[in-house]
Design a protein around this ligand. Structure first.
Ligand code: BGP
Length: 469
């Protein structure tokens, strides 16, 4: 009996996103993305064009330091590394017919380094990085034309990298679109907000695009495993009243419909009722319905926190900067940003997704954002991040419980395996990494990298395949 529930071949690693790590926002022909005009993340207004206070313009300069960073990931023993390809590096405006070769060549170099170190790539095709031109000229994903642009982009990636990349994710947190239309769907937000019907139509376009990419992958890169990626958040009833249980079911349905469509190939009845009750009729063609039948090989998700729900909306509040609202759970502690810490919730959501979809699962984001302090220990600069070790250890123990429950889990990529710019706050002070990066919210710093205490802890976890937890 091995002394760990983690199976041989379990994929241990870390995750990042192009817009939060690379910088070089206009280098080698890259076009602007919606992120380049979001200097405050989802916590503040967009700007017309990039402003110097937008930390993502430089990020942590991974565009030039990728070899050094990947060598550090290899030092921890990563078996897999999740990263996104910046759509506007490949198609600067998004609607061109020919790709930007310099953009493609950059990711060739990243894949070369990963191969050198024997690290499996896990590629996110679209991670909140819609080309700004598609947002401004077409209205983002509310426009059906984006399906064709995304198809061309995905086909280009599968043709170029299909023999080197096995694991693909179509959209990052595809279920965030209704909550963050500009960041997630490239949808410009007018004064009165985006009409709900247009948001649901945009959601439909993304689901069709995801399914078409899955079909293209099967044609062009037969060895590829294509997954959807959703933001998971277990929802507990604030009281045992049936009304609160119904409130939980309704909130859960708002999240689960994306995984349902990706695994069943059609819209579930509860979703069609939701549209009917709001008087929304979607433009769904017969071709769309056929496309949606191209279901995924696995389901991946991010997990940070759980939330409570109640039939009494006056009790609603949300953690600062998190995409999904909800009601604070009085039984749980919270991070500095109000994200409630619930390791057991990860076991619950693994069981819920496995029971519901019976598809292999991949945890592609989990981590603790914190204000780390760089100190010197035995002459070395480091961060004594026992709080992050505790958070990750507790969550990984629960992954082990879910494996004992019989859940099929492919792997785990901790979010922000190196300090990068936060999506919600667009700051660097909300740090997640096993590696500290010397860059501050005012843009100052040397960009030097330093191993935190968690760097060595995680290397042990990987070396022992979880036995050291
Ligand atoms: C998820 C995004 C990631 C990452 C993560 C942490 O929603 O997929 O891009 O940013 O949130 O959130 P934050 O960076 O806002 O702390």
């Amino acid at each position: 009996m091995s002394n760990t529930p983690f199976p041989d071949g379990f994929l241990w690693g870390g995750a990042t996103a192009a817009n939060q790590i690379e910088g070089a926002y206009d280098e080698d022909g890259k076009g602007l993305s919606v992120q380049d005009v979001m200097p405050r993340g989802i916590s503040g207004p967009r700007t017309e064009r990039p402003t110097p206070d937008n930390l993502k313009l430089v990020g942590i300069d991974h565009y030039h330091r990728y070899a050094e960073d990947i060598a550090l990931f290899a030092e921890m023993g990563f078996g897999v590394y999740r990263f996104s390809i910046a759509w506007s590096r490949i198609f600067p405006n998004g609607d061109e017919t020919e790709p930007n070769e310099a953009g493609l060549a950059f990711y060739d170099r990243v894949l070369d380094e990963l191969e050198r170190h024997g690290i499996e790539p896990l590629v996110t095709i679209s991670h909140y990085e819609t080309p700004l031109h598609l947002a401004e000229q077409y209205g983002g994903w509310t426009n059906r034309a984006l399906i064709g642009f995304y198809e061309r982009y995905a086909r280009t990636l599968f043709e170029r990298y299909g023999s080197r990349v096995k694991y693909w994710l179509t959209f990052n947190e595809i279920n965030s679109l209704l909550h963050a239309p500009f960041m997630s769907g490239g949808i410009p937000i007018p004064e009165g907000g985006v009409p709900t019907g247009e948001l649901y139509q945009a959601m439909h376009h993304e689901l069709v695009a995801s399914a078409r990419a899955t079909r293209i992958a099967r044609e062009v890169a037969p060895a590829a495993q294509v997954g959807c990626m959703v933001l998971s958040m277990p929802i507990y009833p604030l009281t045992p009243s049936p009304a609160d249980a119904v409130a939980v079911m309704d909130a859960d349905h708002g999240n689960l419909v994306y995984g349902d469509v990706h695994t069943r190939g059609e819209y579930p009845g509860y979703f069609l009722r939701r549209l009917r009750e709001q008087g929304i009729s979607l433009d769904i063609t017969d071709e769309d319905r056929a496309d949606l039948k191209n279901t995924v090989d696995f389901v991946s998700f991010s997990y940070y926190m759980s939330i409570a729900e109640t039939a009494d909306p006056t009790k609603r509040a949300a953690g600062e900067g998190n995409i999904m609202g909800g009601v604070p759970n009085p039984t749980l502690p919270a991070s500095e940003w109000g994200w409630q810490i619930d390791p057991v919730g990860l076991r619950l959501v693994l069981n819920q997704f496995w029971d519901r979809w019976q598809k292999p699962l991949f945890i592609v984001e989990n981590g603790l954002g914190a204000r780390d302090r760089l100190v010197e220990v035995d002459g070395e600069k480091t961060v004594v991040d026992d709080y992050r070790i505790a958070y990750l250890n507790d969550h990984l123990v629960q992954v082990g419980e879910a494996l004992e429950d019989g859940v099929d889990v492919l792997g785990y990529t901790s979010w922000g395996c190196i300090d990068i710019v936060s999506a919600s706050t667009a700051q660097l002070s909300k740090r997640y990494g096993f590696i500290y990066v010397d860059r501050n919210d005012d843009g100052s710093g040397t960009l030097d990298r330093y191993r935190k205490k968690s760097f060595h802890w995680y290397a042990d976890v990987i070396r022992t395949n979880g036995a050291s937890l």
